[in-house]
Ligand binder design. Structure first.
Ligand code: SF4
Length: 353
């Protein structure tokens, strides 16, 4: 295989060009492409914007279950038969304790997740109070909140109280959205992202791969997030939920495909925090550490109602591979001195043929 294609991926991405659909499709599906060469190309982009630093995020279900929406991938949906512990909003003191624990584990961002369609004004008031408390203790740390649909005014209030980032996942393409949810639309989700942007918040918006969508849907949502200038993109791989979607997967979630998807998101969203999220352990298995070459971030301690690897194993994996955890970062020196790949200039990278 000629190295030209790999080089062109990195060059176009670093040059802020949007890869065309043919390149994206080839990246996801051409079996003649070497995964190590793809990872090396994606790493050139990752390293340019994030060095060898890994951002750790910890999720907390501040409330669980009782949702009247029917999102087919969610254990908290009314249609779900998953055996989860349902509870209303946790007391402030408990949420605060969990925030302290998350930051002490090395998280640069603590993410509070509330189930439900929409943030009521009562919930916004409650959230503001909690945000002020967390921010007064951890002024330099990031806080992210996922709380359903939010208006511009609601988002502005949350920002004023100390919120750094609002999470609201697009999950899949606009065309495929009606297959995964009937109680709200893709446009509803888009409106919340636009409201958050308008309020001056950073936006976190993720995807779930493996819900029966086509490769074109994956490319479509990755490009949509690029055009929205989303700062943070959790890339989840579908974990089946009892009573919910049982998709026939168009492309099986092999380690090779999962890594290609992460490379695609990196090339199309070069400056975004690309987070390897749910399904990391299940689908990548022995290849898990390779995900750190396109992705610069991960979730520690599981994914809402799904358990993840132990903290210890994940932190060791990061350090053994010579990456630095953001909270331990001193300058840009890697935690272990393994010597990082030299980044060539664009002109050096581009083939002359
Ligand atoms: S709105 Fe949120 S909590 Fe409710 S079913 Fe959808 S994803 Fe789950």
């Amino acid at each position: 295989m000629s190295p030209i294609f790999y080089t062109e991926l990195a060059c176009q991405s670093l040059d802020s060009q949007v890869l065309d659909d043919a390149m994206c499709q080839r990246l996801l599906s051409d079996p003649s492409l070497e995964i190590l060469a793809l990872l090396e190309a994606a790493f050139k982009v990752r390293q340019t914007y994030f060095g060898r630093v890994v951002n750790i995020h910890i999720l907390n279900n501040a409330q669980n279950g009782h949702c009247q929406e029917d999102c087919q991938y969610c254990a908290q949906a009314k249609s779900s038969k998953a055996d989860i512990e349902e509870y209303g909003i946790k007391p402030d003191e408990e949420i605060l304790r969990e925030a302290r624990r998350a930051y002490s584990k090395g998280a640069s961002c603590y993410c509070m997740v509330y189930a439900g369609r929409k943030a009521s004004s009562a919930r916004i008031e409650r959230l503001k109070r909690i945000l002020v408390q967390i921010k007064s203790e951890f002024p330099d740390k990031e806080i992210c909140v996922s709380t359903g649909f939010v208006s511009v005014e609601g988002a502005q209030e949350l920002k004023k109280a100390g919120l750094s980032r609002l999470n609201h996942n697009l999950n899949t393409s606009e065309a495929y959205y009606p297959r995964i949810c009937t109680t709200h639309t893709f446009q509803d989700r888009l409106d919340t992202l636009l409201a958050a942007k308008k309020a001056g918040l950073q936006v976190c918006s993720g995807v779930i791969i493996g819900m029966g969508e086509d490769i074109t849907d994956i490319i479509d949502v990755a490009k949509r997030l690029r055009f929205l200038e989303v700062e943070s993109i959790p890339v989840n791989f579908f974990l089946p939920i009892a009573g919910q979607l049982r998709p026939e997967q168009k492309a099986p979630l092999t380690p090779d495909f999962v890594l290609r998807v992460l490379c695609l998101f990196r090339f199309l969203n070069p400056r975004a925090d690309i987070r390897i999220a749910a399904g990391r352990e299940l689908y990548l298995r022995a290849m898990e550490v390779m995900a750190l070459y396109p992705a610069n971030s991960l979730f520690l301690q599981g994914y809402l109602n799904a358990k993840g690897a132990s903290d210890e194993n994940t932190l060791r994996m990061i350090k053994d591979a010579g990456f630095t955890i953001k909270s331990e970062q001193k300058g840009t020196v890697p935690f272990l001195g393994t010597g990082s790949m030299d980044l060539k200039t664009l002109s050096e990278l581009r083939p002359t043929q």
